[in-house]
Design a protein around this ligand. Structure first.
Ligand code: FAD
Ligand code: SF4
Length: 500
């Protein structure tokens, strides 16, 4: 599924300073990286954007005004040292800039592709409003692709410190924690329930936003660092907490939030009504699924919800030949939680959006097949406890939208452990998130957690931030404890999995 990636060439020489660098943005507009046409991209699942060339990356980095108190750094959950690596990029020192970007991020090439930059670093850029913000994400992507192309990514393993940590879940949270610990000499084993590592990076986020090969390359990088992956192992079912603790000195739980929120309106059980994530997994990955395939070719697909998942469903359905795709969202365009860029891309690709629209019932035919969605129009009232304006139904505003397939993208709750497993004893909030202290430790000593499991559905970059802080906390926690524990052999894992 991966296209041949750009092979950036050697850095070009630094141009002489003119003293006008601070004002480069006045003369130079923001450049969009190469972008494939909607017609071309609807024919496959490859990424929409390509990479800047060197000259464009340097020019675009020149647009940074080098603020003394950069707001972009504060707005980046990883506090990436953005102005510093932009300056190095502008000077053509690409490898040095990439090294600086790696110093604060465990997967900069991934965050660069899928962070909603308009809400994070670029949304805080001082140029936003006066001109367009600096293209931070596109430059971060260029730098890290450049480093990979030149084989300069610091993946070497370090001297072992003799201590073992288990990571449960191989999404961005698990991967980042494993990376940070391996860098400190820990022997890290990542346990993943699915047959392929990567979590939502491979099983949820479609390849047109993040090609699978990019994630596989990052996982290979971790293997090279010495991280061991055990896939197809469901912790809490195949292996108990007690067994993990016998073999590892600390445990990091990064099981995500993949429990779909149910649709609670009449008709939710009609044929053709599906949860978003299984649909995305079926269309975007090779994972075996215990459900029949969904054919959307030539059909009208209605998506309920307004976040990243909803937009990914619309765009996936269009790539699978849907006749029409309509998103029904109860708030307005300005209040959509998803990324602005991905919304614009969805519109370009032909997705329709009906804002201030709330489905109240699904209706079907005599075969129990969904045929339409009954909706009401909404208006935004006073802000609720979260500060967002509450949507209220407009009286006498009912109408219907035709539908052959309805995809429910109402969000997710933190992934539970089986009720009879010893993981069920770990304290959770009433809404399902695992309780952790400021050191990311659960109520059980030595058991840490992070990512969507503790905060509910969030962002990749936030899972990476949690994982980095948790790895530091695990390191501190183990530093004051004597070494102990033995690694479970492959036979032990197999034996544990074979248990009823
Ligand atoms: C469709 C979709 C699109 C998204 N798009 C974006 C986007 O564009 N940008 C962005 O920043 N974020 C996006 N997100 C959110 C982002 O993917 C998540 O915030 C992020 O992946 C959370 O990382 P995590 O490591 O906490 O969990 P996950 O990525 O969910 O990984 C958890 C892993 O744990 C495994 N696991 C669970 N329980 C067990 C167990 N008992 N034993 C072993 N393994 C277990 C799961 O199989 C999974 O692989 C999107 C989410 C979805 C659903
Ligand atoms: S990690 Fe995300 S928020 Fe931070 S600089 Fe990169 S793209 Fe921006």
């Amino acid at each position: 599924m991966t296209r041949e990636r750009e092979q950036p060439t050697e850095p070009t020489p630094t141009p002489p300073a003119t003293g006008k660098e601070q004002y480069a943005w006045l003369e130079l507009s923001r450049a969009t990286p190469p972008k494939r046409s909607p017609t071309e991209r609807l024919a496959d699942f490859l990424e929409v954007y390509g990479c800047y060339d060197e000259a464009t990356a340097r020019e675009q980095a020149h647009r940074c005004v080098q603020c003394p108190e950069p707001m972009c750094v504060q707005a980046c959950p990883l506090e990436n040292r953005i102005p510093e690596w932009l300056l190095l990029t502008a000077e053509g020192q690409f490898l040095e800039a990439a090294a600086l970007s790696r110093a604060t991020s465990n997967m900069p090439e991934i965050c660069a592709r899928i962070c909603p930059q308009d809400r994070l670093c670029e949304g805080a850029c001082i140029l936003d409003g006066k001109s367009d913000p600096v293209a931070i994400g596109a430059i971060e992507r260029f730098l890290n692709e450049y480093a990979f192309a030149h084989g300069v990514t610091d993946s070497a393993s370090v001297a072992p410190n003799g201590r073992r940590v288990a990571v449960v879940g191989s999404g961005p949270g698990g991967l980042a924690c494993a990376d940070e610990l391996a860098k400190r000499g820990y022997a890290v084993t990542v346990f993943e329930a699915q047959s392929v590592p990567g979590g939502l990076l491979v099983n949820g986020i479609p390849a047109f936003k993040l090609e699978k090969g990019v994630v596989e390359r990052r996982i290979d990088f971790l293997r090279h660092r010495g991280v061991v992956f055990r896939t197809g192992v469901w912790i809490g079912k195949d292996i108990t907490l007690k067994e993990l603790q016998r073999h590892f000195e600390a445990v990091f739980l990064a099981c995500g939030a993949q429990q779909a929120r149910p649709l609670d309106i009449p008709g939710a059980d009609l044929k053709g009504v599906l949860q978003a994530l299984p649909f995305l997994v079926e269309k975007n990955s090779d994972l075996p699924l215990a459900m029949p395939k969904t054919d959307v070719a030539g059909r009208r697909v209605v998506v309920l919800g307004g976040g990243d998942t909803a937009m990914d469903c619309l765009r996936t359905a269009l790539r699978c030949g849907a006749k029409a795709t309509v998103c029904l969202y109860r708030r307005d365009e300005a209040n959509m939680p998803g990324s602005r860029t991905e919304y614009d891309n969805a519109v370009e690709e032909g997705a329709e959006f009906q804002f201030l629209t709330n489905p109240i019932a699904l209706e079907g035919n005599g075969d129990g097949q969904v045929t339409q969605v009954r909706c009401v129009r909404m208006q935004l009232g006073a802000p609720d406890a979260t500060g967002r304006r509450r949507p209220l139904a407009l009286p006498n505003s009912e109408f219907r939208v035709l539908a052959d397939v309805v995809l429910v993208a109402y969000g997710f709750d933190p992934t539970p452990f089986p009720a009879d497993s010893d993981f069920a004893q770990i304290a959770r909030h009433p809404w399902g998130g695992m309780v952790v202290d400021e050191q990311f430790m659960t109520r059980l000593p030595g058991v840490f957690a992070g990512g969507d499991l503790i905060r509910g559905p969030a962002l990749v970059v936030e899972a990476v931030r949690d994982a980095r802080q948790a790895a530091l906390a695990i390191d501190r926690y183990l530093a004051c404890r004597p070494a102990g524990g033995a690694s479970p052999s492959a036979d032990a894992v197999r034996a544990a999995r074979a248990q009823p």
